[in-house]
Design a protein around this ligand. Structure first.
Ligand code: FHN
Length: 444
């Protein structure tokens, strides 16, 4: 089993991506992919001008607003409570290894200094500070990697060929020119990679805007990716296109579902890659950008369990927060970050640096593994039979001899047996069953 884990870990970092026949990642890119899989938790930040309206990042489209009226929010965008160091400290404290920040969402407002237009946080707001720049510095100093979200679809530019969304934002029309728009995107991604060199990855979104076109729309993504990799070969490129990865991508992503699931409807037919890092993104409540009415927060326990389930599939969890217009993190999200951090302080090694164990999912939970240990995550203890004093965990076992089984949070050793007919049994005293996840480390 251990060999299998090692092979899977190596494969995920060293072979070409699915469908990437022409693209050969550099050694530095492969090293970046490997680093990316070593920390299973990332924090996704959806923050832009839309925070001013507190109606989520789709408000320009959903509210059928005029883009010029919407843009007036820039004149009062002044997030005095934004503090990049505090954000990074809170993410690190939660056990995150990276953050992914929306440098520019579909509303076309850039959260960084760009020469392409003054519709950006530095030149177009009283705040006047470079938010991406401050985050890059804080990430670098804090030792967590920065990835940048970038929307390839745009609701305000005249040269963007209008797709399914953003039809009512008041564009004049008749000036669509993808060549021009493509050059604009090239200019902006070059700015991102050169102005903020600590950026480790680009996270694209929006290709689905043209998925129902009669004549298939050519986004020229392989050309775009070649351009990016020529600037920064180790830049990890991922694209939230909801389909099998394209040539030139370095990691695969799933939206709102674990690999293999499709409850949200974004992952139909999307097989999990066995050869490149995989990430899933999910919201803490139901919204990406700050939405004043959305108080539907998942519990800390459920978020930790999601992280554990993702890790058991060899997948990172990119967990979203939508900061408020003043730059502060909603208290509900801050509270969950703290809760996740408290769990991670004692359990991080049962998710970080782990891979797929090769054991099937169990009624009581899931498993993760690294080269030394197997971790049993009991996240549904109600599924374990009990004799009143102990919960009795049994699972099929054809692995090597078990040396020890211990509770990760307390290091208490538990009695265990392996039967001749191949079952591992561990007796967990009821008082040691933990609320979120009882993690047992099996050494062999
Ligand atoms: O339209 C976006 C949405 O606003 C958000 O950014 C999510 C994050 O995965 N992606 C798109 C929907 O697929």
């Amino acid at each position: 089993m251990m060999r299998r884990i090692l092979i899977l870990l190596l494969l995920s970092c060293s072979v070409l991506s699915v469908g990437a026949q022409g693209y050969v990642p550099t050694e530095s890119n492969l090293a970046a992919r490997k680093e990316f899989t070593q920390k299973r938790l990332g924090i996704f930040i959806h923050w832009g001008l839309y925070a001013s309206y507190a109606q989520g990042e789709w408000y320009l489209h959903l509210g059928e607003l005029n883009k010029d009226e919407y843009a007036k929010a820039a004149a009062s965008f002044n997030p005095v409570n934004f503090n990049a160091d505090e954000w990074v400290a809170a993410f690190k404290d939660a056990g995150a290894g990276y953050m992914t920040f929306t440098s520019r969402h579909h509303d076309g407002f850039s959260m960084f200094k760009t020469a392409t237009s003054t519709y950006n946080v530095v030149d177009g707001t009283p705040f006047g500070r470079d938010i991406v720049g401050e985050l890059e510095k804080a990430c670098k100093e804090g030792g967590i990697r920065l990835h940048l979200y970038y929307s390839v679809l745009d609701w305000i530019r005249e040269d963007y060929p209008i797709g399914e969304s953003g039809k009512k934002t008041g564009r004049k029309g008749g000036q669509e020119n993808y060549d021009s728009y493509f050059r604009f995107m090239e200019t902006q991604v070059k700015e991102l990679l050169t102005q903020y060199p600590y950026t480790g990855g680009l996270w694209f979104d929006g290709i689905w805007d043209h998925k129902r076109d009669q004549i298939p729309f050519d986004w020229r993504m392989p050309e775009f990716y070649r351009y990016i990799h020529a600037i920064k070969p180790d830049c990890l490129i991922g694209n939230n296109h909801h389909i099998t990865p394209f040539e030139g991508e370095d990691f695969q992503m799933f939206e709102r579902d674990l690999p293999g699931q499709n409850t949200a409807g974004y992952s139909e037919g999307q097989e999990m890659s066995t050869v490149m890092p995989v990430e899933m993104c999910q919201t803490m409540n139901k919204s990406w950008g700050y939405t004043v009415k959305d108080l539907n927060y998942k519990s800390t326990a459920d978020l930790v369990r999601l992280l554990v389930k993702a890790a058991s599939k060899g997948c990172n969890l990119l967990l979203n927060i939508g900061p408020q217009a003043d730059g502060s993190i909603p208290w509900q999200s801050a509270e969950r970050l703290k809760g996740i951090g408290a769990w991670m302080r004692t359990h991080a090694r049962s998710v970080d640096g782990t891979g797929i164990s090769g054991l099937p999912e169990q009624g009581w939970g899931v498993t993760t593994a690294n080269a030394e240990s197997l971790f049993l995550h009991v996240i549904a203890p109600e599924a374990l039979p009990t004799n009143g004093k102990e919960a009795i965990l049994t699972m099929g076992w054809d692995g090597p001899k078990v040396k020890t089984v211990k509770v990760v949070s307390t290091s208490v050793l538990l009695p265990c047996t392996v039967s001749k007919d191949g079952f591992l049994t561990v007796r967990i005293p009821q008082e040691m069953v933990e609320e979120i996840d009882t993690v047992l480390e099996v050494t062999r």
